[in-house]
Design a protein around this ligand. Structure first.
Ligand SMILES: NC(=O)c1ccc[n+]([C@@H]2O[C@H](COP(=O)([O-])OP(=O)(O)OC[C@H]3O[C@@H](n4cnc5c(N)ncnc54)[C@H](OP(=O)(O)O)[C@@H]3O)[C@@H](O)[C@H]2O)c1
Length: 251
């Protein structure tokens, strides 16, 4: 049976858990070959085992430009193409208030969320330009559009920049058939929440967007026809704790 993404190659970063894992599983189920990148090879191997022969592990630290370029070269050498980039690797830190911020913490956030996203986009663009086609989906955040204390200043600033980066790709690369989406999730139940300064209850976690919801959204974005660009999309819990808190304060 023919599948929608047969013959397509997708590179998923941050693929060892959470949103990236769900995206890789969804894209592979639709027929794509998926290249899984993250820093921890064991996590990637576990996801690859779940997917089967369509998955290929290429461990790398996305903050290391040379390592990211090497993964892109490996994709070019092995498959000769890259149709979909899920530019998803990212992190947050526990120290989120200005009273606790250090230059080292901010550097980790900027390198881990912004530089890493630029590295992948820069590395994959030559292949997509040569194809005259390609879809990039960058996992930004609601913190890339809103400013609130929950995500912290460094993460918020880096994710705002990821949104701007994605739109700038459409400005320059639409002429080459390349489409870029800034995907802005609200709270998603993934391991990144372990870094929240305050513990979340099981009820709060259950009401959040689940990783599979994001996987389905990534698949939707990756399967639009070539003449359609989805520039930005928000995916948030219906019971949005940020909104509920504002209403409770009657701001
Ligand atoms: N969960 C949410 O509420 C939420 C909301 C909005 C946006 N996001 C964004 O969604 C993306 C995915 O996060 P998630 O929620 O799915 O959390 P997650 O499960 O922690 O996934 C993040 C993945 O990125 C990898 N990673 C982190 N830094 C990396 C680096 N320098 N190089 C390569 N891989 C790296 C991690 O694996 P290794 O540590 O093994 O490298 C991890 O598997 C992130 O960009 C995050 O900021 C999450």
């Amino acid at each position: 049976m023919t599948k929608r993404l047969d013959g397509k190659v997708a590179w998923v970063t941050g693929a060892g858990s959470g949103i990236g894992e769900a995206a890789a599983v969804a894209l592979a189920a639709a027929g794509a070959t998926v290249v899984l990148t993250g820093r921890t090879a064991a996590k990637l191997e576990a996801v690859a085992a779940q997917i089967g022969t369509a998955a290929h592990v290429e461990a790398a630290d996305m903050a290391d430009a040379a390592a990211v370029a090497r993964v892109a070269e490996a994709i070019q050498a092995r498959f000769g193409r890259c149709d979909i980039l899920v530019n998803n690797a990212g992190l947050n830190i526990v120290e989120r208030a200005w009273t606790k911020l250090s230059p080292e913490g901010v550097r980790e956030l900027v390198e881990g969320n912004l530089m890493s996203a630029f590295h992948a986009a820069i590395a994959v663009l030559p292949m997509m330009r040569a194809q005259g086609d390609g879809v990039m989906i960058h996992t930004a955040s609601m913190a890339g559009r809103n400013v609130s204390p929950m995500s912290g200043p460094g993460y918020t600033a880096a994710k705002h920049a990821v949104v701007a980066m994605s739109h700038s790709i459409n400005v320059e690369e639409c002429a080459n058939g390349i489409r870029s989406t800034a995907m802005c999730p609200g709270e998603v139940r993934t391991p990144i929440l372990d870094k929240r300064p305050n513990k979340l209850s099981e009820q709060e976690l259950g009401e959040m967007v689940q990783p599979q919801d994001c996987g389905e959204l990534v698949l939707f974005l990756a399967t639009r026809p070539a003449h359609v660009c989805i520039n930005e999309v928000w995916i948030t819990p219906t019971r949005n704790r940020g909104y509920l808190a504002q209403v409770a304060r009657k701001l």
